[in-house]
Ligand binder design. Structure first.
Ligand SMILES: NC(=O)c1ccc[n+]([C@@H]2O[C@H](COP(=O)([O-])OP(=O)(O)OC[C@H]3O[C@@H](n4cnc5c(N)ncnc54)[C@H](OP(=O)(O)O)[C@@H]3O)[C@@H](O)[C@H]2O)c1
Length: 260
């Protein structure tokens, strides 16, 4: 449910220092641009592709960000998470907002034909992203303030036969984020879980758009408004909240028949 009663240092989108995990993500970069359009932001982009990160950093400075640092990290390289997150935070002298956007879609459907591809989805979206979430939450708790925006998905609300592995990976991450949000609520750390539907990015390129498909820019607007309203869970577009409520209630034989 949407709860708006958050106050104090973590209530809004005002923080200047933004760390992006998945620093080349189209959605995350749209969120940073939306933040930058409201006030100046210093950004640390963390990701696995140095040239993609350099490009993204250049775009952001072109869009007015006073500082855009880059840090190389593969989400599957778990042993380096603490160290690199530490470097990204230290590079900005701390962080006000962390955007967790690391994710892969992988093969759609039920039982995967490609086992290693399916395991990569679980490793990146659930284990890797989960570890990044924990490491960021530790740093924010040590600071005593900060917000983590977690890009979950409606796919994680109830895993569909059309998208089993991705749905399961997002369900795991979503549950971890919700639980940490509650556990850290009184310690200055806020977690905003965002559940987008279909967003037109390179991740979904070539797929048939699902109903209520949206753009990274429209999603970014919803997310930044959610930060300012003190929401802890958001659907984007917002109507999806009600659609997903119905989806969660559908009896199994009916749910099983869904094709998308
Ligand atoms: N697009 C949608 O319809 C949609 C809907 C709901 C939720 N989401 C979620 O939103 C987030 C952002 O997605 P997007 O649409 O912006 O897609 P995107 O542009 O493809 O972003 C995905 C990000 O994850 C990074 N990544 C993938 N594997 C990684 C690894 N092993 N190590 C480090 N980084 C890795 C990518 O880095 P590289 O540039 O190196 O590949 C990229 O920065 C994802 O978590 C996605 O699941 C997307």
């Amino acid at each position: 449910m949407l709860v708006r009663a958050v106050s104090g240092a973590n209530a809004g989108s005002a923080g200047r220092r933004v760390v992006v995990l998945g620093g080349t993500s189209e959605i995350a970069l749209a969120i940073v641009r939306e933040l930058q359009s409201r006030a100046p932001r210093e950004v640390a982009l963390v990701g696995r592709d140095p040239s993609g990160l350099a490009h993204a950093a250049e775009d952001l400075t072109g869009a007015g960000c006073p500082r855009a640092l880059t840090f190389e990290l593969d989400a599957r390289d778990l042993d380096r998470h603490e160290q690199v997150i530490g470097e990204a935070f230290d590079g900005l002298d701390g962080a006000d907002i962390v955007i967790l956007a690391v994710g892969v879609l992988g093969e759609r459907g039920g039982l995967p034909a490609d086992t290693s591809g399916a395991l990569e989805v679980l490793q990146v979206n659930m284990v890797g992203a989960g570890s990044l979430l924990i490491a960021s939450a530790r740093r924010l708790r040590a600071q005593g303030a900060g917000t983590i925006v977690v890009l979950s998905s409606v796919a994680g609300e109830r895993a569909r036969a059309a998208n089993v592995v991705y749905g399961a990976s997002k369900a795991g991450l979503d549950a971890l984020a919700q639980g940490l949000g509650d556990a850290l609520h009184d310690q200055g750390v806020r977690v905003l879980v965002v559940r987008p539907g279909f967003v037109h990015t390179r991740m979904t390129r070539g797929l048939n758009p699902a109903p209520l498909a949206t753009t990274p820019q429209a999603l970014a607007h919803v997310v930044v408004d959610g930060l300012d309203r003190g929401a802890h869970t958001m659907w984007a577009p917002r109507t999806l909240r009600w659609l997903m409520l119905v989806m969660r209630m559908l009896p199994r034989p009916l749910f099983r028949r869904l094709k998308q």
